[in-house]
Structure formats: C-alpha cells, structure tokens
Design a protein around this ligand. Structure first.
Ligand code: KG4
Length: 356
C-alpha cells in the first residue's frame, strides 16, 4: 500500500473539502543571494534565486554592494517566484522572511520588503532564523514519491561560509548546538586558502573542482586537537599559508605547478576534521541519523565522506540536493510553514539581527 505524507494528506483534504490552502511566500536575503520561494500546504511550488557576481573581483562579499544588489533583485525575484508558482499575491496566507543572522544591510532589504507586502495584503509576518532554515532544508518537499526526510532525533553538520556547527535536532523547533567552530568556519577556510592561491571568490567550489585532478595524500596540513565537539580552522589556514610561503621561496611557480594536489590535500584535511567530530558526537549520543547542510555541503569530498560513513557505520545519511545547499528561500519557506501551523507570527516592528 502506498504511504501518503502528512503534506499530501493535507493537500487532498483541502481539495475534497474545499478548504483554503496555506500558501506562504518566503524571502531570503541574509548574504549575497536574493531568493524567494512559494510553498503551498507544505509542498514547494517555486524557488528563485539571484546570485551576485559583483563580489568576485573583491575576494569576498562587500556588504554595501550586497544590499544594493538585493534592492535591485528583490522585486523581480519575488515576482518570478509567484508567477512560477502560479499564485496571485492575494492568495497568500503569510510572508516569511530571514531575520538573521547575516549581513545587516542585506537582511534589511528582505525584511523591509516582507513587511511592506504583509502590511499591504493584511496578512501575518513570520520571522525565520537562517540557520534553522539550513537544517530544515532537509524537509523541503517537492511532492515527489521518492523523497527521504530525516527522522528525529538526528545530528546535522551545518557548514557554510559563516558557520560550522554540529546541531542535535530533536524536532523542527527543538535544536541544540552541541559543537561549533571557535574561530573560522569551514567555508571561510576554503575561501581564504583559495585567495592565497589567487583563486577568485568564492574559492570553495573551485577548490572542489581542482581537487578532482589532485592527490589528496600528497601534502599534510595541521589538524586541531580540541576536546568535545568544537571545531577550529584558523590553524589549518595558517599552516597552509606558511607552507606556501616556504615553498614559494625556492620555486615561484610552486602554486601553479601543484594546484590540484594542494586543493585535494586541503579539501581532505577539512573533510577529515569535520567528519571526526561528527562521528564522535554520533557515537557518544547513540544517534544513527546524520545530515549535512549549508553551502559547504555541496563539496563532493564531504558528500562522499557522508556516503562512506553511512555504509561503514550503518547510519542513515541525508545529503541535500544541490539547490538547497547554498542560501535559498525554499528552506525559509519550510520553516515559515511549520511556524504558520504553530501560529508563531512576529510583530511588524521586528528588526533583523546580524548575530544570534
Ligand atoms: O551557505 P552559504 O551559501 O552561505 C553562507 O555562508 O551563509 O555557504 C557559502 C560557502 C562559501 O564559503 C563557499 O566557498 C562554500 O560555501 N562552498 C563550498 C562549495 N560550494 C560552496 N565549499 C567547498 N566545496 C564546494 N563545492
């Protein structure tokens, strides 16, 4: 017998009894991606993202340029998301938005737009924590039959440009950070090491691509030795920098001649560091469901390490589709949908927050 998900049952009930569906528009603008998504009764209808190329030449996100680009992008992105979903704005039940953490100027654009729309349509406003969104990206449903979603409780390795955390997830609204970086995030380590090799921003995806041709065992870099489940990546960054500096003294072409091996070895070191603590946490807590989320979860070596972990330890592993790894509004819509069900709305006075 075919099993129907809660969302599908809800959709069927609404069709049969003519009940008004819950349709939410969500807006994400925490960093350098302007994204809007529409979700109806828990099923994602559209997810549209405009990325900003303007930062590439600066080697990192320039906050002022990011907020200006959000200003230009937000209206067309929202408009496209509604059109792709086939939804008129007057059908919306609520507006969800990323309240933080992130860049304040960027967040202000999405927050102000969401407030304006909610006010003009006379519908509730729902604030969403960006990090909760990344974790719950695993529950985004496109209504396909073969979708897999984690079972509670599970551990989520949340790795992005600004965060590296191990989160114990007991329910959609019950999460505990049990370990986190004490300095740089994993994505930051990738991006900073890429910059040292003269690769453009963001360096993470380029390192991933170059590493495919390289020998991951060729070079060894520092690994931290922290107790518990916390991470540290600043030592790795420094050891990478000093290693290049020493070798460049003898051979000015060292980076060019060894780029693939450097990328592969660096990537392996980051993945080893991430997986070691995750394995320890899963073992200590006796948890067999593990997920990965955030921009760095697009990394192919990390994805392979998860698959390998699942096979070796008979664990259920959850790796998000690429479209839900980097910043996107689908994950914000998912959280907003849960919050709508719980009647968890926010006042129009809500202001964005840069940090938790
Ligand atoms: O989650 P995200 O889009 O933005 C936030 O930080 O919130 O993550 C961006 C980070 C960047 O540091 C980028 O270099 C990294 O994710 N990243 C990758 C890959 N794709 C994105 N790092 C390694 N390998 C990748 N394939």
């Amino acid at each position: 017998m075919q099993a129907y998900s809660e969302n599908e049952q809800l959709l069927t009930r609404n069709i049969i009894f003519g009940m008004k569906p819950t349709i939410i528009l969500a807006i994400e603008s925490s960093c350098d991606d302007t994204s809007a998504a529409v979700i109806r009764d828990g099923i994602l209808l559209s997810n549209v993202t405009a990325s900003q190329k303007v930062h590439e030449e600066y080697g990192g996100v320039v906050p002022e340029l990011a907020s200006r680009a959000h200003q230009q992008n937000v209206l067309p992105v929202v408009d496209t998301a509604l059109r792709r979903a086939g939804v008129d704005r007057h059908e919306l039940s609520a507006i969800g938005f990323t309240r933080g953490p992130g860049l304040l100027g960027s967040l202000l654009v999405g927050t102000s737009f969401a407030k304006g729309m909610a006010l003009s349509l006379g519908i509730p406003l729902i604030e969403v924590n960006h990090l909760q969104g990344h974790v719950l990206a695993h529950f985004v449903s496109e209504g396909k039959a073969d979708e897999r979603h984690p079972e509670y409780p599970f551990l989520c390795l949340l790795v992005s440009g600004g965060n590296s955390q191990i989160v114990l997830v007991r329910a959609w609204n019950d999460m505990q950070i049990i370990g986190q970086t004490i300095d740089d995030a994993a994505g930051e380590a990738f991006d900073k090491c890429a910059k040292v090799m003269n690769l453009p921003y963001p360096g993470g995806p380029l390192i991933d691509r170059l590493a495919k041709e390289g020998d991951a065992e060729r070079f060894k870099f520092a690994k931290p030795n922290l107790p518990g489940y916390d991470y540290s990546f600043s030592g790795l960054k420094t050891s990478f920098l000093y290693f290049l500096r020493d070798n460049l003294k003898d051979n000015p072409d060292f980076i060019e001649q060894n780029k693939a091996d450097l990328c592969a070895s660096l990537q392996k070191t980051v993945v080893d560091i991430l997986m070691k603590k995750l394995r320890k946490a899963a073992k200590d807590l006796g948890i067999s469901h593990v997920a990965v989320a955030g921009g760095v979860s697009a990394n192919s070596a990390l994805r392979n390490a998860f698959i390998d972990y699942g096979k070796r330890y008979r664990a259920e592993v959850y790796i998000p589709p690429f479209s839900y790894t980097t910043d996107n509004a689908a994950m914000i819509a998912q959280v907003a949908y849960y919050k709508y069900g719980a009647g968890d709305f926010c006042p129009i006075e809500a202001v964005p927050f840069a940090r938790i």
